[in-house]
Write a protein that binds this ligand. Structure first.
Ligand SMILES: [Zn+2]
Length: 715
């Protein structure tokens, strides 16, 4: 028997054999079984994913001697002729080479003659997007009013190039790329069929290289099988395809993660000497870093990673935080674009590898912002804690903040306040926080470090059990903001609002929705472990948690409660609860408030920052509307900026904190100067304040929070 390429030999012959296109197959089967046969079909999708095969199966299903049937027999003369491509009534036309209007006119004339021996006369037009505009126009009339027996099946890889007039007259089917594990399974079957042994990892790479196209995968498989003898192994294909395996990448990225740029660059040279192309190295490295990012986010699914997560280097995983890995990926993605226009692609690659070697030192703007906010909190919060001994928990929280900032491990692993899934591996301490050189020059720096050492002995839960995920020694900044009694929230609140417009899921879960009793708080802990101090804090400040968490209360929310009957001390929780199911953003806004006072038809509360006050002002109509729905009568509100204790930065702050605060003074909002007046935000365009306020009343929440709209409200 003549040699047949795998793609042809294994071309699917029935709907059920269409790999990865189950939805299309199912729908087509249903149309045939219910005898609702359209006159025009349009199959779109990437190359090699089964469009032409499906068209032929559909043709067989329609013309089978035992049909029309969703399961064509494959044995009758019609089926055999169609499989071989010689049926006189199934006409396959390559749109790419028959693009002119004359070609289409010929089709129009031919279609007037009924089928010779079959039920339907079927035109399969591949690459239909290649037809010229006039050809499309000529076709239009025919597919609009075709003879009873005519069926058109169009296939295209570029759906956007098919005119809407054609699309709207066809039944459309979108074919998808076939998942890698499906392709891998098909390849394993193909190997078994011809009696070749094939390692799983080798087939995985063949599948992966074919990027979801079954035909490409089979073609590559044929090549690999040709030089592999009777056993396809990863080693054999790695050299042929020039792949860089995960083990090699582990080695080079471990060097990068440990800052050994010399070793990394020498290793890169070794790879390139061995004939691995620069493009291939970049592509495989990007895949690798992506897998590292997924693992870092707690995803260990093998079909996503390509291999077991245990094969990836723990050194790399432990050295870089998610932000740094994101940065590494973007370096490589950009690199792939850059090498096309580069003087020397190799230099570009070496530069990227060298950059990765100091990636551990990289601190993102987000992290800098968090650090500054934390520094402010320490500075302001520790002052307040001393003056307000009646709130011991506050001090504990600040202690935790301080410990967080000063503890490099916590810092590295929790760079942002967003909720992060913890990777399954125990993480070792990462590199310490980079120290600003400017700090070292301060004469008082030594004093500052002694302060930080004292601070570090404050409540700082270090991993007691290495099997446990890394603990989160401080609640995320946004959680702070959820505490109504938080003494000095402005910084962390600003942060929570400006970067996360929606409260994190865990926060919703723990606080505002309250449809479950306090037990839910405990259940939230395993995923986001909070130190005992802050946990106590959360509970002690929410004595009514249990009542509001009851199912009965949840049912009542938002049903026009009588405003006058709600006790004053619970009104904030009531509003947050009601809003959290309707408008998370507003609910988050209300979480930052405190000191609620009720007067007939009106509530007054304090907000921690100018930003918050402006937010309330600009959402005024929306809030009044919400209040109207929540309570039985219209309720007005007033948001008052709370007075912040004036702290003299020059006297009591550790020099490190002082320097940070002074350096970034321009971006801090809501701090009063020694005269008790507002320190204006650096970017305040005062002349626009009036006009902006006038317009923003009814616009959408997101729009209102465009940076230029954030300015003090002076009523
Ligand atoms: Zn048949």
């Amino acid at each position: 028997m003549a040699y047949e390429v795998t793609a042809t030999r294994r071309r699917p012959q029935a709907f059920d054999a269409l790999a990865g296109q189950e939805f299309v197959a199912e729908t087509l089967k249903n149309t045939i079984e219910s005898k609702k046969i359209a006159h025009a079909y349009l199959f779109s999708g990437p190359r090699g994913c089964g469009k032409t095969s499906t068209a032929r199966i559909l043709a067989k299903a329609l013309n089978c001697g035992n049909g029309p049937s969703a399961t064509p027999c494959g044995k009758c003369s019609h089926c055999i002729e169609i499989s071989k491509g010689i049926s006189p009534d199934v006409i396959e036309i390559d749109g790419a080479s028959n693009t002119s209007v004359n070609d289409v006119r010929q089709i129009k004339e031919e279609v007037l003659f009924p089928p010779q021996s079959s039920r339907y006369k079927i035109y399969i037009i591949d690459e239909v997007h290649m037809l010229s505009t006039s050809a499309f126009n000529a076709l239009l009339k025919t597919i609009e009013e075709p003879p009873e027996y005519a069926v058109f099946i169009f296939a295209t890889t570029e759906l956007q190039k098919v005119p809407a007039t054609i699309k709207s007259r066809c039944q459309q089917f979108n074919f998808r790329l076939v998942p890698i594990d499906t392709v891998e399974k098909l390849l394993a079957d193909a190997a078994a069929e011809i009696g070749i042994k094939a390692d799983e990892e080798a087939l995985y790479w063949v599948a992966r290289e074919s990027t979801g196209s079954v035909r490409d995968a089979y073609t590559l498989f044929d090549q690999v099988a040709a030089f592999s003898g009777d056993h396809i192994t990863f080693e054999k294909i790695r050299d042929k395809l020039g792949l860089v395996g995960v083990d090699s990448l582990n080695v080079i990225f471990e060097d990068c993660a440990s800052g050994r740029s010399r070793e990394a660059l020498l290793k890169l040279d070794e790879f390139l000497q061995n004939g691995i192309s620069i493009e291939q190295f970049i592509a495989n490295s990007t895949d690798y870093l992506r897998s590292i990012l997924l693992i870092k986010n707690g995803i260990t699914k093998e079909s996503l990673l390509g291999q077991s997560h245990e094969r990836f280097s723990m050194t790399v995983l432990n050295s870089w935080n998610p932000i740094q890995i994101e940065r590494a990926i973007s370096i490589f993605l950009q690199l792939y674009k850059d090498i096309r226009f580069s003087l020397s692609p190799r230099y570009e690659l070496e530069l990227a590898v060298s950059r990765l070697s100091w990636l551990s030192e990289y601190v993102s703007p987000v992290e800098v912002k968090v650090a500054i906010d934390q520094a402010r909190n320490i500075l302001l919060g520790s002052q307040a804690a001393m003056q307000q001994s009646s709130r011991p928990v506050q001090g504990a929280q600040n202690g935790a903040n301080l410990a967080f900032l000063m503890n490099p491990t916590a810092w590295q692993q929790n760079p942002t306040p967003r909720t992060q899934a913890v990777p399954p591996q125990p993480l070792k301490p990462s590199k310490p926080l980079p120290v600003l050189d400017a700090l070292k020059n301060l004469p008082e720096y030594r004093n500052a470090t002694s302060v930080t050492e004292n601070a570090a002995s404050a409540p700082n839960p270090s991993p007691e059990n290495p099997d446990q995920p890394a603990p989160n020694p401080i609640p995320p900044a946004s959680q702070n903001s959820a505490q109504p009694t938080n003494q000095f929230p402005p910084a962390s609140q600003n942060f929570a609002q400006s970067t996360n417009s929606v409260p994190p899921a865990s926060q919703n879960f723990a606080q505002p929705t309250n449809s479950v009793p306090p037990a839910s708080q405990n259940s939230a802990q395993p995923t986001n472990p909070v130190p005992p101090a802050s946990q106590n804090f959360a509970q002690s400040t929410n004595p009514v948690q249990g009542e509001w968490g009851s199912a009965a209360a949840a049912v009542e929310i938002g049903r026009g409660e009588d405003f006058e009957k709600i006790p004053e001390d619970r009104i904030q929780k009531f509003v947050i609860d009601a809003l959290s199911v309707r408008d998370e953003i507003l609910a988050a806004l209300f979480m930052n408030t405190r000191a609620w006072k009720k007067s007939p038809g009106k509530v007054t509360f304090e907000v921690g920052s100018e930003f918050d006050r402006v937010s309330f002002a600009s959402s005024r109509n929306k809030i009044l509307d919400a209040f109207g729905k929540i309570f039985s009568a219209p309720v007005d509100f007033e948001a008052v900026l709370r007075k912040v204790e004036v702290v003299d930065l020059s006297e009591n702050a550790p020099p490190a904190v002082k320097l940070l605060c002074e350096t970034f003074r321009g971006s801090v909002v809501g701090v009063t100067d020694s005269a008790g007046e507002q320190v204006p935000a650096a970017s305040e365009p005062a002349q626009n304040a009036e006009s902006a306020r006038g317009e923003e009343a009814d616009s959408g929440f997101e729009e209102e929070f465009a940076p230029e709209d954030i300015m003090p409200d002076d009523d």
